[in-house]
Ligand binder design. Structure first.
Ligand code: AMP
Ligand code: ZN
Length: 138
C-alpha cells in the first residue's frame, strides 16, 4: 500500500534488520525496542488491522512470534515474552500495517504493563458475553 512504511520494508525500499521471512510473513527487529530482541512479525500483504488477515497468515504470525519468543529465552537468556497486537489507534497502534510484537521479558527488566482490573456487577459479564457471541463472525 502506497505510503505504508512496513510495505516499504517488505519491498526492500527501506532498510530493516530481518530475522525471518517466508512467503506469508516477515519478522524484523523493532527499531525502538522495549527490550533488546524485540521483534515485529508482519503479514507481507498489507492489512491495517487484525480482522482482515487470513487465518493461515494470522496463524503463521502467531507461530513465528511464539517460536521467536522461545529463541529469545534460549539464546538471549530471557525468562519469558509478551506477544502484543495493537489494533486501532485507541489500542496504541501507531503503524497502520498489522504487526505482532514479540517482546522478550526478564524478571527484573523494569518494564510494567499498565494493566488495570475492573469488576462486573451481577450478570453483567454474561450479558456482554452474549452480545459478543451473537456478533462473532468466523
Ligand atoms: P505500534 O504502536 O504497535 O503500532 O508499534 C509500532 C512499532 O513499530 C513501534 O514499536 C516502533 O518502534 C516500530 N517501528 C516503527 N518504524 C519502524 C522501522 N522503520 N523499523 C522497525 N521498527 C519500526
Ligand atoms: Zn503496509
Amino acid at each position: 500500500m502506497e505510503g505504508c512504511i512496513f510495505c516499504k520494508i517488505v519491498a526492500g525500499e527501506i532498510p530493516s534488520t530481518k530475522v525471518y521471512e517466508d512467503e506469508l510473513v516477515l519478522a524484523f527487529m523493532d527499531i525502538a525496542p522495549i527490550n533488546h530482541g524485540h521483534v515485529l512479525v508482519i503479514p507481507k500483504e498489507h492489512h491495517t488491522g487484525s480482522s482482515s488477515i487470513p487465518e493461515d497468515v494470522a496463524g503463521r504470525m502467531f507461530h513465528v512470534a511464539a517460536r521467536l519468543g522461545v529463541a529469545a529465552k534460549r539464546e538471549l537468556d530471557y525468562d519469558g515474552f509478551n506477544l502484543h497486537f495493537a489494533d486501532g489507534a485507541s489500542a496504541g497502534q501507531v503503524v497502520m500495517h498489522a504487526h505482532l510484537h514479540m517482546v522478550p521479558r526478564g524478571v527484573e527488566d523494569g518494564f510494567h504493563w499498565n494493566w488495570r482490573q475492573l469488576g462486573y456487577a451481577d450478570g453483567e459479564a454474561a450479558g456482554i458475553a452474549a452480545k459478543l457471541a451473537a456478533r462473532l463472525k468466523l
